[in-house]
Design a protein around this ligand. Sequence first.
Ligand code: SF4
Length: 267
Amino acid sequence: MIYSFTQIANYLRCPRSYRYRYLDGWREKETRAALMFGRCFEKALEAYFCGDDCGATLFEEWGAYRQAGFAYKKGETWDRLLRQGIHLLECFARDNRIRVSRPKGNLQIKIVRELPNANQFISYIDAIGELDGVRCVMDWKTTSSRYPDEPTGLLSLDPQLICYSWITGISEVALVVFVRKHQPEIQYLKTSISDDQRLEFGRLLAATIGQIESAQFPFHSGIRFPQNGCLSCSHVGLCLQDQELIDANLIRTSGVDDLAWLDDLVD
Ligand code: SF4
């Protein structure tokens, strides 16, 4: 079995949701404009580091979805997202804080780690390069609101960054957050992951895979306002047996998904 961070995070959030997605084959329909725009923006970043015209790449990639029937949030349009993306690329070039040498080998890096019982863990790392002259693992995010940066040290608890540090063995990690707001902003959030955190992640991974392999998939419903995870769960229609919600949000693929780890490519 091949595992990925997205799969493990999904199980930890709600084992029942994991079962719906990875064993029963229920996938969310890809209609969110912001998600698709994020993928196009990552292609533009790749062009930037390769010395190509990143603005033209963004226009070309996002242009493929101009007529797509995506769900846009209030105030968002195809044109607006493009303008914000171009503005962010200009800011990124002006900031000039990141270096990625040999971009073909240091962007979208596939790393595989062998696990017990012939299992594997796969990660796709957005970039390994230098931020302000320090070598680190970097993850790009596009979002419509700033990431929280307080209290101090909060980022060192980010499970995805801990996972990336675990699989690469690199302690310095960073999130580069492209914030699509009225005045676009880029956050360069850096932290260090300790040896203990990497060891603990390895233990968490082993325990979680043990639970998955022993078929434990209980509901972890979030019933408390305002942190109710069910509200943002694409599988809520299945739990509520609401056919209208199922039809609106989900498609069904054929059962156990051997390529589920590919989810990490779109995360
Ligand atoms: S709706 Fe709630 S209980 Fe059901 S799968 Fe999603 S998170 Fe779990």
